[in-house]
Write a protein that binds this ligand. Structure first.
Ligand code: ATP
Ligand code: MG
Length: 411
């Protein structure tokens, strides 16, 4: 069901807009400028979802905004954005106020070559990405603006580009990623013309900063139903550019599995890359291309280690312990979540590793003990002795006591 404009206005009137934010709009209004709430927050009010940050758009230029408020931060003045810090105590807000914009030519697939500041709200909304992101609410005059039938698309559950989709994706490649991310997060479908246009703009997507792509991909993967973004990602061809090409069957199996995994983007990304486990270089290229944090990179590589394969089916506790000893305790829980599809298999894994050491550091005795007992001398052979001990304990974790380990070595 799609809300009518007057229902939308009623929802926005009742929305928990912070008092200080409303004051900012009032001050701009009293100075003769238009000031409206825009973007994801307006969309999410209409969907009954919570949204943290409210964005304001205004006919006031950055200089005019700076002149009106005591405390401002020139966040992105060249692009028309000034952060206004306003209100006291708990009421204080940092609000981004962006001058109505129109955009000139795009050169690198991401940044407009020039930004034109405008006095017209409609033109500002026309440069926004999707119809459901192109609403405006004037909280002072209580006017709701929807120039592109965004309300209709809310009702239909559609992500549809504002204006000519082919042109919009040519201007800015990130929009393709935003489209599939929004499909997953909002549980929407891509409008057919919008989907078709993405396929023709993949070269523009290639030029977008990888950090921005990372943000969108991880938001998609953290959604309750990532399948709704991953299917269009596969069908439009975004997948092959951002990840790596996969055979259709493996790709769809991965997509279907990801929906049932914990809502952890790294575990889910590892599942998408699992079919490539035979080729570590490809996995490294994909993950490095996403500019991951050190921790994200290490986890993806650990979880796509081909040695983990038996976790999905092995009933042999020794085999399970050996596999997990290879990837380490730190990744054991994630590896079980990822590779043990069924509950029964997870239980098998938990039982296999309960109380068991998975690394030499978890043995009941260490290298120092061996040297003190005269059973080894410091050096490379010591490491080998400890590794052999771990192997022996993996066979039966009850062996992990100082007495038994020492007796075994003396034996
Ligand atoms: P989120 O729920 O993640 O905050 P959002 O839609 O608010 O989603 P933002 O990145 O906060 O996303 O952007 C705010 C608004 O700015 C969007 O709703 C949209 O109107 C506009 N916008 C953002 N990125 C683009 C883009 N690449 N092209 C055109 N308009 C954009
Ligand atoms: Mg937002």
């Amino acid at each position: 069901m799609n809300p009518t404009p007057s229902q939308a206005a009623a929802l926005l009137r009742a929305a928990p807009i912070p008092a200080a934010l409303r004051e900012i709009a009032q001050i701009l209004h009293d100075a003769g400028h238009e000031a409206v709430l825009v973007g994801g927050a307006v969309r999410d009010v209409l969907l009954g979802r919570l949204h943290g940050d409210w964005d304001l758009a205004s006919s006031a230029t950055p200089e005019e905004v700076q002149a009106l408020f005591k405390k401002t931060i020139p966040t992105g003045v060249a692009h028309g954005t000034v952060t206004v810090v306003h209100g006291r105590g708990d009421n204080r807000v940092h609000a981004e106020v962006t001058t109505f914009r129109g955009e000139g030519r795009y050169e690198d697939g991401r940044r407009p070559a020039e930004v034109r500041f405008l006095r017209d709200l409609r033109e500002d909304l026309a440069r926004r990405d999707f119809t459901i992101n192109a609403f405006a609410w004037n909280p002072i005059r209580e006017i709701f603006t929807d120039c592109f039938d965004g309300l209709g698309d809310l009702g239909r559950g559609l992500i549809r580009a504002v204006g000519d989709p082919a042109q919009r994706f040519q201007e800015d490649g990130l929009r393709a990623m935003r489209a599939v991310r929004l499909c997953a997060v909002l549980e929407y479908r891509l409008d057919l013309d919008t989907a078709a246009a993405i396929g023709g703009a993949l070269d523009v997507l290639d030029k977008v900063s990888r950090e921005r792509v990372h943000v969108e991909l991880f938001k998609l993967l953290a959604a309750a139903r990532p399948i709704l973004g991953l299917l269009p990602m596969a069908e439009t061809g975004i997948w092959s550019r951002v990840l790596a090409p996969l055979e259709r069957e493996a790709q769809y199996a991965a997509i279907e599995h990801v929906d049932r995994l914990p809502r952890d983007p790294v575990i889910r990304l590892a599942r998408l890359l699992w079919p490539l486990r035979g080729d570590k270089a490809v996995i490294e290229r994909v993950i490095d291309n996403l500019r991951p944090s050190r921790d994200e990179r290490a986890r993806v590589l650990a979880l796509t280690n081909p040695a983990l394969g038996p976790l999905g089916h092995s009933r042999d506790p020794l085999e399970i312990r050996r596999v997990l000893a290879k990837v380490g305790r730190k990744y054991a829980a994630d590896a079980a979540a990822l590779h043990a599809g069924e509950w029964a298999q997870k239980v098998t894994i938990e039982e296999a590793i309960r109380g068991a050491p998975l690394a030499v550091g978890e043995l009941a005795i260490g290298g120092d003990d061996l040297v003190r007992e005269g059973l080894a001398t410091p050096g490379p052979k010591l490491g080998k002795t400890l590794a052999d001990l771990l192997d022996w304990v993996l066979e039966d974790p009850r062996r992990n006591t100082a007495e038994q380990l020492l007796a075994h070595l003396r034996g």
